[in-house]
Design a protein around this ligand. Structure first.
Ligand SMILES: Cc1cc2nc3c(=O)[nH]c(=O)nc-3n(C[C@H](O)[C@H](O)[C@H](O)COP(=O)(O)OP(=O)(O)OC[C@H]3O[C@@H](n4cnc5c(N)ncnc54)[C@H](O)[C@@H]3O)c2cc1C
Length: 579
């Protein structure tokens, strides 16, 4: 069936002009995909160009919907589906004079003729739409592996997916399995648990949330366990049956409802049709302005490959902020504004019951794989001054270049204040700041919000100490080697802290009496630890002053215990109150 041909007002192939002879200001811009990247591009372009005809084509029944809010609709935190719909075609027409066509899919692109073929998803009618510039923002498609029974596994990508899942939850299944422990998998697990369902998360990797390093991710796993979510890591799903999932080790996990959240891959189907270049990573290859290998076709968002801020290489980053930013850049370029490219640093955050996990830049795993040298520091500060009620503890990790101190990445897991610290660290990373410069950041302080020495400043002090050679720290995985080499392991916490849990083989010499008790130790080197690393640092500095060889355990007992939980494959070690 045909809806006919629409050509951009008098321009294009039908009036016989070649693309090269088109006027500078585009007459018609066609945007494919009406959510994050696509809608940012369309609205930005309207702000820059009042005369362009801007058509947005969207396959689903909604535009500008909050896909990041979908898990919370499934769990009932967001009660009204309409709250997810940030805009309607009618409002976009009124406010921005955008011609938004929902339930319409682009099914073909002729890049030479500058024509897209569109089809109504409601009645199948087809039409051709000419364009001067085309912006592709089709997003990503969920990975759906060829596992027997996977066809009954739900995905969560669109409002329609969320509605289906919402109905599934309303049918009150007793058990659910979430396959994949990435951001969306974890958010989905939390929301299914809120709905009173027994939830198991199955993850083929050895840990949840692989953008975090293992000693940080295990804190998230402990939080999930605390809230009754079962976790199976390091094991793949081999089959989905009518009421369960079967694991590679033969076990069967009950799952009346199964949700797949294994990851996404760039949706490059339209790009392939248009004959534009796909990068080796699998994303559409674009310039910093979003221009593809065809100068009149732009691509943005999850579908494209990004330039990586840390390594300078390329990566696939499927995040809303990046898609929105890229949409704006593409519109700027079409309107003739040239902006410097903005590489991606991969800042991300997720709520996990009462805790927050966040990260920016590269993690240790990635740096190690790339063979890039780095140093790490861990701290466990409180969100604000402890004398003011409600302070919550967090775990911070900063990764930096050991030679020039450039910040390479940061991670944070904990309660209040995690979001603020990761954003400061992401800003510092984007600005190319050195780790020790964090010490001098003048951050806003009053007791309900922070400490006079903010946790970010404290990371700066620690990095400064290391980079200046004033002191060195021991990472938990180095400890056993040092003890084997004859180092004495000294716990400088109080006897009651030591009794509540300590590193095997350590001697308890509290900081307060260390000066007097030191004689009881031999003359060999000393590995010092305390609860979070601060008292240990003071003790180490004292030992250095009296001429002893000493190093402090990075992040103290808390970081060691997290590393130990990883080593033993038992996040339960961290489940309160033992933690
Ligand atoms: C459940 C969920 C939670 C998320 N949470 C977060 C979060 O908390 N933080 C974060 O940063 N990111 C989050 N994301 C990721 C974020 O939503 C994406 O990175 C972002 O939306 C990508 O924008 P985009 O424009 O590239 O693609 P999308 O926003 O996915 O939009 C693509 C649109 O294109 C349409 N389309 C595709 N092909 C065609 C075609 N041929 N014709 C017409 N239309 C087409 C699709 O229907 C879709 O609506 C989440 C994603 C999901 C699914």
């Amino acid at each position: 069936m045909s809806m006919g041909t629409e050509n951009p007002g008098g321009t294009g192939e039908q009036d016989g002009r070649s693309p090269a002879a088109r006027p500078e200001a585009p007459r018609r811009v066609l945007v494919v995909g009406g959510v994050a990247g696509g809608m940012s591009a369309a609205t930005r372009l309207r702000r820059l160009d009042e005369t362009a005809e801007i058509i947005v084509v969207e396959r689903s029944g909604h535009v500008s919907y909050a896909n990041c809010g979908l898990p919370y609709f499934v769990g009932g935190v967001i009660e009204d589906e309409d709250d997810l719909l940030l805009q309607t075609p009618e409002r976009l027409l009124e406010r921005f004079r955008l011609d938004v066509r929902v339930d319409t899919e682009v099914i073909g692109i002729d890049a030479v003729a500058h024509v897209a073929t569109v089809r109504s998803t409601l009645d199948g009618t087809e039409a051709e739409l000419g364009y001067d510039k085309l912006i592709l923002s089709p997003g990503a498609v969920p990975v759906r592996p060829a596992i027997p029974g996977f066809d009954r596994v739900r995905s969560l990508r669109t409002v329609e997916d969320a509605s289906r899942l919402f109905d599934d939850v309303a049918a009150a299944p007793r058990s659910a399995v979430v396959i994949g422990a990435g951001f969306i998998g974890i958010e989905t697990a939390e929301n299914l648990r809120h709905a009173g369902i027994d939830v198991t998360v199955v993850e083929a990797a050895d840990q949840v949330l692989t953008p975090l390093d293992s000693e940080m991710a295990v804190l998230v796993e402990a939080e999930l366990l605390t809230h009754g979510v079962r976790i199976e890591t390091g094991v793949a799903v081999t089959e989905v049956t009518g009421s369960a999932v079967v694991l590679a080790d033969g076990r069967s996990i009950p799952g009346e409802l199964v949700v797949g959240s294994i990851g996404v891959r760039p949706d490059t189907r339209l790009a392939l049709m248009a004959g534009i270049d796909i990068a080796p990573s699998g994303g559409i290859a674009v310039t910093g302005s979003g221009q593809t290998s065809h100068p009149d076709i732009y691509a943005v968002g999850d579908a494209v490959e990004k330039v990586d801020s840390v390594g300078g290489g390329h990566s696939l980053v499927a995040l809303a902020n990046v898609a929105n930013r890229q949409g704006r850049r593409a519109a700027d370029h079409i309107a003739g504004l040239d902006r410097p490219p903005a590489p991606s640093i991969g800042s991300a955050i997720v709520k996990v019951f009462t805790c927050t996990a966040a990260m920016t830049g590269w993690n240790e795993t990635r740096l190690r794989a790339a063979g890039r040298p780095y140093r790490c520091i861990h701290s466990h500060p409180m969100s604000h001054a402890t004398y003011y009620p409600g302070a919550e503890q967090m775990s911070l990790k900063l990764i930096f270049d050991p030679l020039d101190g450039t910040i390479l990445g940061a991670q944070a897991v904990g309660g209040a204040g995690v979001d603020k610290r990761i954003d400061v660290l992401a800003t510092a990373l984007s600005a190319g700041m050195h780790a020790s410069a964090l010490a001098d950041l003048e951050l806003a302080y009053a007791p309900p919000f922070s400490s006079a020495k903010d946790p970010v400043n404290m990371l700066g002090y620690m990095a400064e100490n290391i980079l200046s050679g004033e002191c060195d720290v021991i990472e938990p995985d180095e400890l056993a080697k040092l003890v084997d080499a004859g180092w004495t392991l000294v716990d400088v916490r109080t006897p009651s802290e030591h009794a509540a849990g300590s590193i095997p083989g350590s001697v308890n010499l509290p900081l307060e009496t260390l000066r007097e008790d030191l004689a009881s130790l031999g003359s060999g080197p000393i590995a010092v630890y305390c609860q979070v690393g601060q008292r240990g640092h003071t003790a180490t500095e004292y030992l250095h002053r009296i001429g002893r060889e000493a190093r402090n355990l990075d992040g103290g007992y808390r970081t060691w215990l997290a590393a130990e939980a990883v080593r033993r494959g038992d996040a339960g070690l961290l489940v309160r109150p033992a933690w």
